[in-house]
Every structure is written in C-alpha cells, then in structure tokens.
Design a protein around this ligand. Structure first.
Ligand SMILES: [Ca+2]
Length: 261
C-alpha cells in the first residue's frame, strides 16, 4: 500500500512537472496575462499621427506618421530633438516603418506602395508595389513582417518587400484581428490591437499568442478623438523595456511588461 502511494505520488509530481514545463505556445492554451508598467515619460508630438515606432541601435527613434497631407517619417532623440524628417507625397497615408539593414521601409495604408529609404538620410531610394493594406511592420532575421489589420501577418523579403508567405495569428485557437503596429523581438512579435489598449505577444514561428499585455494603465493624454488611440511600440535595445506611444499623443512612455498581481 505504501509502495503504491509512493508510486502514485511520484506519478503526480511527474505530471505536475510536465505541466509546468509544457510550452506556453500550445495553440489551445490561454496566453499569459501581463500589464504595461510606466517607468518614465518623454515628450512626443501631438501633430504626429503615429503609425510606426522603432529604436535604432544608436538610441534614436524612427517615427512614421499617417494622415493624408501630414504623413512623414522622422528621426528624433528620446528627449524630443528632431534630427531629420521627410514628408510623404501629399496624397499618401503613411503607415508602419521598420529598419532592415541599411534601409528603412515605410508602408502606405491604401496607396498600394511601400517606400524604401536610406536609413540614415531617410531619402527615398525605391518605391515598390504593396498589395492590400499596409498597417504595421517590423524586421527579424531575414524577413520583414507586415500587418494589414486582419488576423494575418505577411512575411516579406527585406530587400524587395515581396511577399513570401503569410500566417494566421490565434489566441487559444481563435483568430486575433486588428493587428496593428508591430515590434519584432527575437522569436516574438508584439502587436498593438487596433482601437484597444491591448498588446499581444505572438510566437513568430507559429502565430500563437503567448501573452496579452494590458496597457490600459498607460495615460492617453491626447485630445479627445476616437482616432487618437495607443499605437506605437518599440523595444529599447539592450534592455527589457519598451517605448509606447499613440496617435497624436503628447507623451512617449518607457514601460516594462510585468505579470499581473
Ligand atoms: Ca515598432
């Protein structure tokens, strides 16, 4: 009897250990819940309808902005000093940006093109077709990942932005739509969910959402307007911190993503 109990206890502890070690990326699993905790606040620009945010290795920020007649891309310091800026064609609605090698890609929303720029000067170097809508972009390894507001992400060639494949993003087996601004961090892709204060962390290989980050505690001090939502996420290289901002937000926040209490 004691032996059987002992074996049973061993089996139970093995099962618990296996459960604890099971991958959080199993497609049916509910994702981990995290919260965005504000660590610092920096100036942003209420004239920027922010659509893309990324930090360069030298610590400066790339910002891509939207709205017809107001779209541009610029490089600034964290303190808000403008380093360089380029306007888009007045008819274009700018969207996500991402650096890939010596290029900076800038998407347009429904104009059917993406613009390749020199990452230092921001000068346009090429213009390529972009099918469907362009929303967010981020770079990882040998690919640029592009969102279009649906539950699908596209994998693009980083030199030509031609599509190689696409994959669906799911949370506990269900599609996640509204994927907007992106940030690639190793094997994860972070995405703002359009019109919400949620950010999802996506397994870049499988499309499975492994964490949902509640950013509702990050103050939105933009003028009251349904358009002025959270949009813009950038990893701060060499740290576990991120920048978050939004469309026409006066603030840029340093945040960490921490387990819910
Ligand atoms: Ca980003």
């Amino acid at each position: 009897m004691i032996d059987r109990m002992g074996r049973l206890a061993a089996l139970v502890s093995t099962a618990l250990l296996l459960a604890a070690c099971s991958s959080p990326a199993d497609p049916g699993d509910e994702p981990e819940h995290l919260v965005a905790v504000v660590k610092d606040r920096h100036p942003a620009d209420t004239g920027s309808f922010t659509q893309g945010l990324e930090m360069a290795e030298d610590g400066t920020l790339y910002v891509g902005t939207g709205w017809v007649g107001q779209s541009r891309v610029y490089r600034r310091t964290v303190d808000g000093e403008m380093l360089s800026s380029r306007d888009l064609d007045a008819s274009f609605f700018g969207e996500g940006i991402t650096r890939a090698g010596s290029s900076l890609w800038q998407l347009t929303w429904r104009d059917g093109v993406a613009i390749q720029r020199d990452a230092d000067s921001l000068e346009e170097t090429a213009r390529v077709p972009l099918s469907g809508e362009g929303w967010g972009a981020c770079s990882r390894g040998d690919e640029v990942v592009v969102s279009d507001g649906s539950n699908e992400l596209r994998r693009m060639d980083p030199e030509t932005l031609t599509e190689r494949s696409r994959f669906e993003v799911t949370r506990a087996g269900q599609p996640v739509t509204g994927l907007n601004e992106l940030e690639c961090v190793h094997d994860d892709i972070y995405a703002n969910i359009f019109l919400t204060t949620d950010i999802v962390r996506i397994d870049a290989t499988t499309g499975v959402v492994t964490a949902v980050i509640d950013a509702s505690g990050v103050p939105n001090n933009a003028a009251p307007d349904p358009n002025n939502v959270l949009n813009g996420i950038a990893k701060i290289p060499g740290t576990d911190e991120f920048f978050l901002t939004g469309k026409r937000w006066p603030d840029l926040y340093t945040v960490t993503f921490e387990p819910e209490d």
